[in-house]
Design a protein around this ligand. Structure first.
Ligand code: ACM
Ligand code: ZN
Length: 532
């Protein structure tokens, strides 16, 4: 416990109560519990606002403002982490004012992965970590402390670490195109919320975005098939390498998604020979059509493998997403090549054919040492077995409740949780364009009734974590993204990160209000806060 000697008497009780609020102190002493309830309001006012909420925080002393430029930052970490910290300039980007590490020491204690221990006394800051991500998260916490307009108590210790290992944010760059700077902004946001995966949905019926040298028309044609001004564009290999490196500095892995066999109209407009028939492809303004990659032609399978080879060359992360959602099989029912594939491989039907195709591509990714992630559709009914490097991402809670989770676990796959209720942040707060009242939700629902929270609480270690998703259907353009994300993404980041008991919702909501200025100062356009 830290209780500074020089606290003036008016601050004393507030400081004392703030200390009492630290989790383990609270559990130890009934006397402190009594004080706590007496000075609830005071302590609430004094406690630094940090989101997601750290596991343990102790603070004391009068609130002061600190100049980041004068901070003496000491990092206690393994040598390998020191090298990574020295390679990146992320500290001044997060804290500002050319803040630098002034000393490194070797870590001699045990700190869990992605965890940190942060101590601030006057202008001296100690950060203890066992890996680079822990360092980034310590900085993010320090950034929020420094960004508080009232300053923060002069002595603060935070001991913190994540609830689950996979904490993802998905952005749909297929339906709407975002600039490289826009993508970087959301990588920064994900890191501020202590997420570690940026799931980049790169291909859609409305646009194919990543440059593939072997198939240049994918971007030259497929990047420009939609009607909207902000739906035009593609990412060159240089852009992608830039984004991957930028994300690395923020402790974030990028999982690219090449959605197949469905949601591929843009690719088929560019290369009709990859479909079942050489007919014209309609680009769907909303939803999807039955024009999907042919699973029967060896040439299509070979092309998809070449595309994945280039994708693996661009993205070093372990996980590559192969889509698998919403693939209508009308064309496959009629296609002689698809029917031939079904016959020669003894498959049951076209769903089985999708599983066969998925298995071929997952096995191909295995040769690159990668895992293949699929949307839950592939496990709704049994069939051709997926290889053991296949991971299932749960999404369609509205349609199928937890069927995908149950079936994925029964087949012993890892699972990522993204139930559309309440992890799809494109579902608005109020009905909007194609979203009726049945596809809206509030921050309170996301916080209190999230199926992802319950599934995580089951403790099954094959459930690796949670991804919240921002689809860009109905022309959700780049400047509209913040209004969908905030404040509800705070609730989801809390579910992903915070270990142990969570705050009552009203208290949590107050905390989100306290952090708005900080997020605004980082360029997030938060113009309202829902209070439901
Ligand atoms: C999805 O929302 N179609 C994965
Ligand atoms: Zn076919």
């Amino acid at each position: 416990m830290i209780l500074s000697e020089d606290v003036n008497s008016s601050d004393y009780f507030a400081n004392f109560v703030t200390v009492c609020f630290s989790k383990y102190k609270m559990m130890r002493s009934p006397v402190l519990l009594l004080f706590m309830s007496m000075f609830l309001v005071m302590s609430g006012a004094n406690a630094p606002a940090i989101l997601p909420v750290p596991s343990e925080i102790e603070c004391s002393g009068a609130a002061v403002r600190r100049d980041p430029g004068r901070l003496k930052v000491t990092v206690i970490c393994p040598d390998s982490v020191r090298k990574t910290i020295e390679r990146y300039s992320v500290i001044s980007e997060i804290i500002g004012n050319d803040c630098r590490v002034s000393a490194f020491h070797k870590l001699r204690e045990k700190i869990a992965p992605e965890s940190y221990r942060l101590t601030v006394k006057e202008n001296n800051v100690d950060i203890r970590v066992s890996d680079y991500r822990g360092f980034v998260y310590a900085l993010q916490t320090l950034g929020q402390l420094l960004g508080s307009s009232e300053g923060f108590p002069c002595n603060v210790t935070v001991a913190d670490g994540p609830r689950c290992g996979w904490r993802g944010f998905m952005l749909d760059s297929g339906r709407q195109f975002q600039t490289v700077d826009g993508i970087k902004k959301y990588i920064r946001m994900a890191s501020m919320l202590k997420m570690n995966v940026f799931h980049w949905h790169l291909t859609e019926g409305l646009g194919w975005r990543p440059e593939i040298e072997a198939f240049p028309r994918l971007t030259k044609v497929g990047g420009y098939v939609a009607g909207g001004v902000q739906q035009q564009g593609s990412y060159s290999k240089k852009d992608i390498r830039d984004v991957v490196a930028y994300a690395g500095a923020y402790g974030i892995d990028i999982m690219p998604e090449i959605d197949l066999p469905g949601h591929s109209e843009a690719a088929l407009r560019a290369y009709p020979e990859l479909g079942c028939f050489m007919d014209s492809v309609r680009i769907p303004e909303t939803g999807f059509t039955d024009r999907i990659f042919c699973a029967g032609k060896d040439t299509t399978l070979a092309a998809l493998k070449i595309i994945l080879d280039e994708i693996c060359g661009l993205f070093p992360g372990k996980y590559i997403h192969l889509g698998g959602d919403e693939a209508p099989k009308g064309q496959w029912e009629k296609c002689p090549d698809c029917q031939n594939r079904i016959r020669t491989n003894g498959l049951k039907d076209t769903h089985d054919l999708q599983l066969w195709l998925s298995a071929q591509l997952a096995s191909h990714l295995k040769t690159h040492g990668r895992k293949a992630v699929f949307w839950g559709d592939v496990v709704y009914s049994p069939g051709y077995p997926l290889p053991d490097n296949s991971v299932i991402q749960w999404w369609n809670y509205r349609g199928h409740r937890d069927l995908a989770v149950k079936n994925a676990l029964a087949a012993n796959h890892e699972v990522i949780l993204s139930p559309n209720y309440y992890c799809y942040l494109n579902f608005p707060l109020e009905p909007w364009r194609g979203y009726g009242p049945e596809r809206t939700f509030t921050m309170k629902e996301a916080y209190l009734s999230n199926p992802a929270d319950a599934a995580l609480a089951s403790g099954d270690r094959r459930i690796i974590g949670v991804t919240c998703a921002l689809w860009t259907d109905y022309n959700l353009t780049q400047e509209m993204l913040d209004s969908r994300l905030f404040p509800r993404i705070f609730a989801i980041s809390e579910i992903m990160w915070h270990k142990g008991e969570r705050k009552q919702f009203d208290e949590f909501r107050m905390l989100t209000e306290k952090t708005l200025d900080y997020f605004r100062s980082k360029d997030f356009d938060i113009d309202y806060l829902q209070t439901k």
